[in-house]
Design a protein around this ligand. Structure first.
Ligand SMILES: Nc1ncnc2c1ncn2[C@@H]1O[C@H](COP(=O)(O)OP(=O)(O)OP(=O)(O)O)[C@@H](O)[C@H]1O
Ligand SMILES: [Mg+2]
Length: 256
């Protein structure tokens, strides 16, 4: 059994099955791609894993234990971090503050401060800033540490989102279109980080419309269309599947 497992996961919104009967595995130390046309149900899957959207049917298991009835905060504490398709940062706070807040949150500082007093809270805060600076250095963002998040380019804001996710030292990272709006150089820089995270044993679920990016990085790719799993395989298998090509051509025609 893989670290994260989706077992017959479905979600209905009104009369619409946004996701229907999806089973897939997200193993540790691997990059798992999830692709599909606009509206296929990809973000809904991420939201269900993260505990933000309730399941209509099915189960989600982490290390064999059901997690799909947990609240988002609990899912995060179990080691599942995510980024949002639309970047969500504290625009009026600096880069280092944005990341430190995420570390702090993870440490459960307010409860600790109540029990042990302010000294512990200060120590936790110092630790959170140290971790934030470590991540900033890892992502070559030192010169932007004190910039307000709202002042950054879109590509840099996306990086900060990823650092916020990593601040919690997760076992699973759900990336909802992490390179959207980035140029190829920026995307390739992130690819290096994603490979490193996988080599450290983290399970990555990568949603992307940038085909070249997702195909070059993923060990296994799952394709969903209209909420249902269409096919799964290696990037090579998926790229040559006529049903996948047809689904994407249909999508391009719709959005043209
Ligand atoms: N909260 C909601 N209420 C009602 N319908 C929703 C809700 N969230 C998503 N949907 C619908 O569910 C379907 C799947 O949406 P979802 O955002 O998961 O697609 P996606 O694959 O992430 O698309 P994109 O590639 O455009 O981000 C769409 O038809 C969408 O309109
Ligand atoms: Mg989406």
């Amino acid at each position: 059994m893989s670290l994260l497992e989706l077992d017959g996961v479905s979600r209905q919104f009104g009369g619409l099955w946004a996701v229907r009967g999806v089973s897939l595995s997200v193993p540790a130390g691997r990059i798992t791609g999830l692709i599909g046309p606009n509206g296929a149900g990809k973000s809904t899957i991420v939201n269900m894993i993260a505990g933000l959207t309730a399941l209509t049917e099915g189960r989600i298991l982490l290390d064999g234990a059901e997690i799909h009835r947990q609240q988002p905060g609990q899912v995060a504490r179990l080691g599942i971090a995510r980024t949002f398709q639309n970047v969500r940062l504290l625009n009026e706070a600096s880069v280092v503050e944005n990341i430190a807040v995420a570390c702090h949150h993870h440490q459960g500082v307010s409860a600790m401060a109540e029990v042990f007093g302010l000294g512990t809270a200060r120590a936790a805060q110092a630790q959170a800033y140290a971790r934030a600076r470590e991540l900033i250095a890892m992502f070559d963002m030192e010169r932007y540490s004190d910039f307000l998040a709202g002042e950054l380019s879109y590509g840099h804001q996306r990086r900060v989102e990823i650092m916020r996710a990593l601040a919690m030292k997760p076992r699973v990272v759900l990336l909802d279109e992490p390179v959207a709006g980035m140029n190829d150089v920026e995307a390739q820089q992130l690819a290096v980080h994603f490979r490193r995270l996988a080599s450290e044993g983290i399970a990555l679920l990568l949603i992307e419309h940038n085909m070249q990016f997702v195909m070059s990085l993923s060990d296994q790719v799952h394709v969903i269309a209209a909420g249902e799993l269409m096919t799964s395989g290696t990037p090579r298998e998926v790229r040559n599947d006529p049903r996948v090509i047809a689904a994407y051509l249909g999508d391009e025609q719709c959005s043209a």
